[in-house]
Design a protein around this ligand. Structure first.
Ligand code: BLA
Length: 503
């Protein structure tokens, strides 16, 4: 078990939205909604407009864009859409051939525009056919692994990134690389786990607002905003949904340690929750124009839907088979007119319902068992211990010895336990056991060294190596699924009633 959790404690509390700086691959304007007067802008607007920022601020955006574009922009204000909407603009002051994309964020008091040079007009059409093919390939995949492999391979072809991987979060927000394509000589992360603090919770939360995060070069000079304080809100402007937002220093160092200069990560969402990320690496700086980022965005929603439907399908089948087995066991109890015989003595036993290797039923003064279970004395002591738990709730663990002091003695056959209280006062329980499965977890670098503080205790650094670091996990069984715990709860209600009727 890894010991430290920097996710919620330290890394998770770094404020990302108030960084007040942007990356230099675009320009930022904040303007009044009423007259489009610019109230704040990034200091690099000089490159775009040929006027220093202190002269640009105070003027109206209408002085720089065409009237029809200004009208279109104003038209967006009342739409009620709170997502950033792209708008193509042509700057009247610059080379007429250059088109720009403005990402418009309509806020209650002002509007924020992120401006980037537009790509070649044909870019999207060029990739369109390729995209249709990729979408068909993704949809044909029959497993999450296969769909992930297709998406990383195809995105690598389309974008030219040196490495693309699919990263899936677990319940503790650690993540595992489940698909990877890369150039030769780059470190392999396939099958490796990374601790939650590598992408701490506030960084993960931003993917619910933004479908991707692009860092074209870690060696950039951040651009300040002018004036520093937003004159309407009198605070730093909230940049959380801006693509251009500058990058947290710790992550830039992380990229350096991973030996990459550019990165992009794209969300995979399931049931409104971040399921995973498609992470792209490049050894050299790599800029993707807005059109290409949109391709990633589109494929992110295609793969998200595919993964959702594959997983829902699997869950549906699993729940169905659990329900069928549960019904059969209840029928067995009725036909046998005996709880113990119905659960343990038929072709389909309660161990089959819970994919357990052993079960013990302590009922009406005796303990009957099937399969691999602790010995009788051990079972009795375990029951005393269970009596200290809530009497009206199923208890389950996949690491009994970490919760029950004497559990190590029988962890071979019973590292996992799910127990249904029938009548706790009388020590009546139905217990299912799963054996120990020793596993080796390959981490991308030692997770206990995920963050290292300098001796002054103020400065900190991410780990410097991502080489395979193995953790051997013992005394742990295959985890109980949520659906299995629910079935155990259903069964508890049935047994409770059955037992009351047959007293
Ligand atoms: C951001 N960390 C990220 C991001 C990724 C990772 C994908 C999003 C930005 C990006 O796309 O580059 C991590 N990248 C990974 C992992 C893999 C990968 C795990 O490819 C797996 C192969 N990071 C640390 C520590 C802290 C930390 C110790 O290592 C905190 C103290 C923080 N990571 C951190 C922060 C961000 C981040 C704050 C957000 C950076 C930003 O958006 O400005």
């Amino acid at each position: 078990m890894i010991k430290k959790n920097y996710d919620s404690d330290f890394c998770g509390s770094l404020p990302l939205h108030q960084i007040n700086l942007i990356q230099p691959y675009g320009y930022l304007f904040v303007a009044n909604k009423s007259d489009l007067r610019i109230i704040q802008a990034s200091e690099n607007v000089n490159d775009l407009l040929g006027e220093p920022v202190d002269q640009v601020v105070g003027k109206s955006l209408e002085q720089f864009i065409r009237q029809e574009e200004a009208d279109l922009l104003k038209g967006r204000f009342g739409s009620g859409i709170d997502e950033k909407v792209p708008l193509t603009i042509n700057l009247t002051r610059s080379d007429a051939a250059r088109r720009y994309i403005a990402l418009v964020h309509v806020k209650s008091d002002y509007v924020v525009l992120e401006v980037e040079e537009a790509g070649d007009e044909s870019t999207f059409l060029d990739v369109f056919q390729e995209l249709k093919y990729v979408m068909a390939e993704i949809n044909r995949a029959e497993t999450v692994a296969a769909a992930s492999k297709v998406v990383v391979e195809q995105l690598k072809k389309l974008s030219g990134f040196d490495k693309i991987l699919m990263y899936q979060f677990d319940e503790q927000w650690n993540g595992t690389v489940i698909a990877e394509v890369k150039e030769d000589g780059m470190e392999e992360y396939l099958g490796h786990k990374f601790p939650a603090s590598d992408i701490p919770k506030q960084a993960r939360k931003l993917y619910l607002k933004n479908s991707y995060r692009l860092i074209p070069s870690r060696e950039y000079t951040p651009v300040k905003l002018y004036p520093v304080i937003n004159p309407v809100s009198n605070t730093f402007i909230d940049l959380s949904d801006c693509n251009l937002r500058a990058v947290a220093a710790v992550h830039l160092e992380y990229m350096k340690n991973m030996k990459i200069r550019a990165s992009m990560s794209v969300r995979v969402i399931r049931d409104d929750k971040l399921w995973g990320l498609i992470s792209c690496h490049h050894k050299e700086p790599m800029y993707l124009n807005y059109e290409m980022c949109s391709v990633f965005e589109l494929l992110s929603s295609v793969i998200s839907n595919k993964i959702s439907s594959l997983e829902s399908g699997e869950e549906y089948q699993f729940v169905n088979s659990l329900q069928e087995k549960k019904t059969q066991i209840i029928e067995n109890v009725y036909s046998e007119k005996d709880l113990v015989a119905g659960m343990l003595k038929q072709d389909l036993k309660i161990t089959d319902l819970f994919s357990a290797e052993g079960a013990a039923v302590s009922y009406r003064g005796s303990i009957e068992t099937t399969g691999e279970v602790p010995d009788n004395e051990e079972l009795k002591n375990l029951i005393y211990w269970l009596q200290s738990k809530p009497e009206d709730k199923v208890y389950h663990t996949s690491n009994l010895s970490s919760e029950y002091d004497f559990g190590s003695a029988f962890s071979k056959q019973a590292s996992g336990m799910i127990s249904i209280p029938v009548n706790a006062d009388r020590g009546e329980y139905i217990m299912m056991f799963r054996p120990e499965v020793v596993t080796t977890v390959k981490w991308g670098g030692n997770p206990d060294e995920a963050i290292n503080f300098d001796s002054n205790g103020v400065k900190y650094h991410p780990r410097s190596s991502f080489g395979s670091w193995q953790e051997v996990v013992k005394q742990t069984a295959k985890a109980w699924k949520e659906e299995e715990v629910e079935v155990a709860e259903n069964l508890r209600s049935f047994i409770f009633e059955y037992s009351a009727k047959t007293l």
